[in-house]
Design a binder for this molecule. Structure first.
Ligand code: ATP
Ligand code: MG
Length: 334
């Protein structure tokens, strides 16, 4: 099948233009280097649909070859062009499962509440959860002109996720250079519009993909999410040090699942200890942005596609996220 598709493409575009053909269930994503020929694209798509087994064909044209994950910082490396976007902040964590995506989505909505035009980009190729959190898990990303992707416009923010291209049940098979290439195609190939702040949900961890991303995206700062346990904080410190090494400013640390308030009696319990992230921030000389408690409503709303900041606009948790958003804006400037 892949070879058949390649043959079709090369009959319209010369061999050296074909960068990649990805087959995912009954979808095909084709990447070509250079100028698009709309008529050729249409004919390629039609020929592939004629197989009768493919539901969706996406053809992406990129200006140049996808970057190599070098693993080393180079001041001469060119940044990706993400047009219309003024500031970009990353939300990262050293460790997975600490609430990075929940924080990214609620922070994005809180920034919008403070009057910013906001975009949320899900760069977590290993577990894209933004489509679920923003309620479009069953939808596909669309391109009206066959070239650029239309961002989703939900809850007042623009967003895009690799999950909306490959579907939530598909395994994410890209690793290393391929993963970075896929992220580049999607982030630079989306029609974002005029955006004040883009929030980027980074893949968890501090490996090659994270490092390359932080070199290729013109990041204005990084927010690090950690839970209060020592083990999570050790990874958060690794994250801070990695981003510092490649000159990405650290906007600060957020302590997520910081404490628990009993639903019935209102008593606060510091299940994982207290102020671990605050002390770590002080030790590292970075800002402490705030603490978000562990609460059932935060979990249920995020997992059901109505994040707490959207579901409870006047609620106490929304206030917490808005205070964090205000600190982020203050540090970023205009
Ligand atoms: N403050 C909180 N209170 C209660 N539940 C939370 C809170 N923050 C996150 N969660 C829940 O914890 C789980 C993990 O959160 P999330 O998916 O945001 O983490 P993540 O760091 O993005 O994970 P991954 O590494 O898998 O991408 C989710 O079910 C989420 O709803
Ligand atoms: Mg996540």
């Amino acid at each position: 099948m892949e070879q058949k598709i390649k043959n079709i493409i090369t009959s319209f575009y010369a061999d050296e233009k074909l960068e990649a053909v990805k087959l995912l269930n009954n979808r095909v994503i084709i990447t070509l280097i250079g100028e698009a020929d709309e008529k050729a694209d249409e004919e390629i798509k039609q020929k592939i649909y004629d197989f009768g087994t493919i539901d969706k064909v996406s053809i992406i044209h990129t200006a140049e070859k996808t970057p190599q994950a070098t693993g080393a910082a180079s001041p001469f490396e060119e940044k990706w062009k993400i047009s219309g976007v003024k500031k970009i902040i990353g939300v990262a964590s050293g460790k997975g499962g600490v609430g990075k995506s929940t924080t990214a989505v609620n922070l994005a909505l809180a920034l919008a509440n403070l009057g910013k035009k906001v975009a949320l980009f899900d760069a977590d190729i290993y577990g894209p959860s933004i489509p679920t959190m923003l309620g479009y898990a069953d939808e596909q990303a669309e391109s009206l002109d066959g070239k650029v992707l239309e961002p989703f416009m939900n809850m007042g923010i623009a967003s895009m996720s690799i999950g909306a291209l490959v579907g939530k049940e598909s395994p994410i098979i890209w690793r290393g250079i391929k993963a970075v290439g896929a992220i580049e195609q999607i982030i630079t190939g989306t029609k974002w519009g005029e955006i004040d702040v883009m929030v980027m949900d980074m893949p968890p961890g501090t490996g090659d993909v994270q490092l390359t991303l932080s070199q290729k995206v013109d990041l204005d700062g990084m927010v690090i999410v950690s839970t209060p346990q020592d083990i999570a904080l050790i990874d958060a410190i690794k994250g801070v040090n990695m981003f510092k090494k490649v000159d990405v400013p650290i906007l600060g640390i957020i302590e997520n699942m910081s404490y628990y308030i009993c639903e019935t009696c209102g008593t606060r319990a510091d299940i994982f200890g207290h102020e671990g992230a605050k002390k770590t921030a002080e030790k590292l000389g970075v800002k402490f942005l705030g603490e978000v408690p562990l609460h059932l409503n935060i979990r249920e709303n995020a997992d059901n596609g109505t994040p707490i900041v959207f579901a409870e606009p006047e609620g106490k948790f929304t206030k917490i996220y808005e205070e964090i958003a205000a600190k982020v804006i203050e540090t970023l400037g205009d």
